[in-house]
Design a protein around this ligand. Structure first.
Ligand SMILES: Nc1ncnc2c1ncn2[C@@H]1O[C@H](COP(=O)(O)OP(=O)(O)OP(=O)(O)O)[C@@H](O)[C@H]1O
Ligand SMILES: [Mg+2]
Length: 386
């Protein structure tokens, strides 16, 4: 088939040609936004899921919905090298500029800008020409208090302008534990005061536990829509609809084969779709085409997607995940891994923590460990890279 017409979009955050199976999550988000606009309380949402299930795509879509509804939004990604205050300062500055365009008499926005400058200085964030590390009388230096005050100021400024502010953070699992606690506290305060500010976060599944550990009421503060692999019906739609628009059909057993190879994981559906498109000579696409595509897809993933992630680990960490994969089922017990590595639990635990922090593995339950990248265990067992 002509590569120019290839509709599939393997990538990170790339909008898929067919956003399958996410209607209920999107409409829940839309309702929350509309409730907030209508002055009603709405829960913030934390979208949890493994790598490549489509969290970023959903978060971007929610951002679009919010903008279409006339909200002011700030959307960004957390990363392990920047603190939450650092990331927030710049984004909230932008949000305030947007709010400032809605002129109103009064100096509340200026007050909020000064507070943000104080906040930046207290938490040693580089912010415009403002000098880092100056003391100021506005902030306390305790992020839990200062972030709540900052959110309240922004919430109030939004309210005065009949606006709703929406903050969306991706890769939220990278936010430090205490910072996450402060964020949760700030959102709690906003909800209590019924201010028009709503939050959407996305991250790896460990986030639920992290949030719960930090603040016990996090459970009641957030909804946790799970973003999982697609069921067979949605996976079928994700594969056949984009092709149909290009006047290309699939034989049913070709679709079944793609679903069984990809297990319905959105990223893999795009990878398989894209390869099978390249291989097939004509419509309809057959199971034989999928067989060829599977070989190509696995080869490409092993040399790219999987390998890149594997290479981010140290030798010791690589050993740890190879031991995990060798056990042959998931999740595995942390103690099983230690036994297989022939080291005591006390030595294995810190290695495990480092790999969790890198976002490669997570704990789905007490003493258990699994891969946050689907099919990573199969890659390690193929062993084509070592
Ligand atoms: N509902 C869906 N239907 C079909 N394809 C999808 C769907 N959601 C996402 N995709 C595709 O899956 C891939 C991964 O999406 P995305 O980057 O949003 O995942 P993610 O969960 O944010 O992954 P990561 O944890 O690695 O950041 C993209 O190629 C995207 O086009
Ligand atoms: Mg993402």
């Amino acid at each position: 088939m002509d590569p120019v017409d290839n509709p599939y979009t393997p990538g990170a955050g790339t909008p898929p040609p067919e956003l399958a199976g996410r209607k209920s999550i999107l409409s829940a988000a839309e309702n929350a936004i509309k409730r907030t606009i209508g002055g009603k309380a709405a829960k913030s949402q934390l979208m949890l899921g493994l790598r490549g299930v489509g969290k970023t795509v959903v978060l971007n879509r929610i951002n679009q919905i919010a903008e279409n509804e006339g909200c002011q939004t700030a959307i960004f990604e957390a990363d392990p090298d920047h603190s939450l205050p650092e990331l927030l300062t710049l984004q909230l500055h932008r949000l305030l500029l947007k709010l400032d365009r809605r002129k109103k008499v009064g100096n509340d926005i200026q007050k909020t800008f000064s507070y943000l400058r104080g906040f930046a200085s207290t938490f040693r964030v580089k912010y415009g020409e403002f000098e880092v590390g100056l003391t100021n009388e506005l902030t306390t230096g305790d992020l839990t208090i200062d972030l709540a005050d900052l959110f309240v100021l922004i919430g109030k400024a939004s309210k005065r302008r009949n606006m709703v502010s929406v903050i969306l953070i991706d890769e939220l699992q990278y936010v430090e534990r205490e910072d996450l606690g402060a964020l949760i506290m700030a959102l709690h305060k906003i909800l209590q005061l019924q201010l028009p500010l709503i939050f959407f976060g996305a991250g790896l599944p460990q986030l639920a536990k992290l949030a719960g550990d930090t603040k016990s009421y996090a459970e009641r503060l957030f909804d946790y829509p799970e973003i999982d692999k697609l069921d067979d019906k949605s996976a079928t739609q994700a594969i056949i609809y984009p092709a149909k628009r290009e006047k290309v059909e699939f034989e049913p057993d070709a679709v079944d084969l793609i679903i069984s190879e990809t297990e319905g994981y959105p990223f893999f559906l795009q990878v398989w779709g894209s390869h099978v498109w390249e291989i097939a000579q004509a419509s309809p696409i057959t199971a034989r085409d999928v067989d060829f595509a599977t070989k190509k897809a696995i080869q490409a993933l092993d040399n790219g997607f999987f390998k890149v992630r594997y290479e981010r680990l140290t030798e010791r960490q690589k050993e740890y995940i190879r031991a995990m994969a060798a056990i042959g089922h998931l999740p595995v017990g942390s103690s099983e891994v230690a036994t297989r590595m022939n080291i005591p639990m006390t030595k294995a635990a810190p290695i495990r923590e480092e790999i969790i922090r890198k976002g490669m593995i997570y704990s789905p339950g007490r003493g258990l460990i699994s891969f946050s990248v689907p099919k990573f265990d199969e890659f390690l067992r193929r062993g084509s890279q070592f």
